[in-house]
Design a protein around this ligand. Structure first.
Ligand SMILES: [Ca+2]
Ligand SMILES: [Ca+2]
Length: 170
């Protein structure tokens, strides 16, 4: 005896799960094809669920330049470290070019010639200034102010004063 299955086409009837991205009718049932960023629910196989990319491996499931992965429905985004910003095209962190910004706002007021680095920036200074690029944010220091500071330190330190007197500096 041959029994003919009466198949209901849930895809045509629109009785499939609303989270089924693309309905595929099967004999006696249906399944789904899922959009990028979604996967088939392994239990029901009748709906698409968000992939938590952040639970995966950096560089494989989410971008290697994503500092802190934050899962979103259908995708993910990144929280970036200081001196970095989120790229507009990809979920990754890119260096901020502070030098393209405004003096005194995006880079130090005293930075004469800003040069972008990743992270931060360094400074080239005019004559009479010392370049201080030991920190992420470069700076230019007036040599005169610096010399004056050293002189004051010598004056305030008795041993140095004695030493300087011995050498007839003061
Ligand atoms: Ca996701
Ligand atoms: Ca930078």
């Amino acid at each position: 005896m041959h029994i003919e299955f009466l198949d209901i086409n849930e895809c045509e009837d629109n009785t499939h799960h609303e989270d089924c991205n693309s309905c595929v009718n099967t004999k006696g049932s249906y399944t789904c094809r899922c959009r990028y960023g979604y996967e088939l629910d392994p239990i029901t196989k009748q709906r698409c669920i968000d992939i938590d990319e952040c639970k995966g491996t950096k560089g494989t499931h989410y971008h290697r330049d994503c500092h802190k992965c934050i899962n979103t429905i259908g995708s993910y985004t990144c929280k970036c470290d200081e001196y970095y910003e989120l790229d507009t095209n990809e979920p990754k962190c890119i260096d901020v070019n502070e030098c393209n910004g405004e003096r005194g706002v995006d880079f130090n007021e005293d930075c004469h010639h800003c040069q972008n680095t990743s992270p931060g920036y360094r400074c080239r200074c005019n004559a009479g200034y010392d370049e201080d690029n030991t920190h992420t944010e470069g700076n230019c220091i007036d040599i005169y102010t610096y010399t004056e500071l050293v002189y004051k330190m010598m004056v305030l330190s008795p041993s140095l004063v004695k030493m300087s007197q011995a050498y007839d500096i003061i």
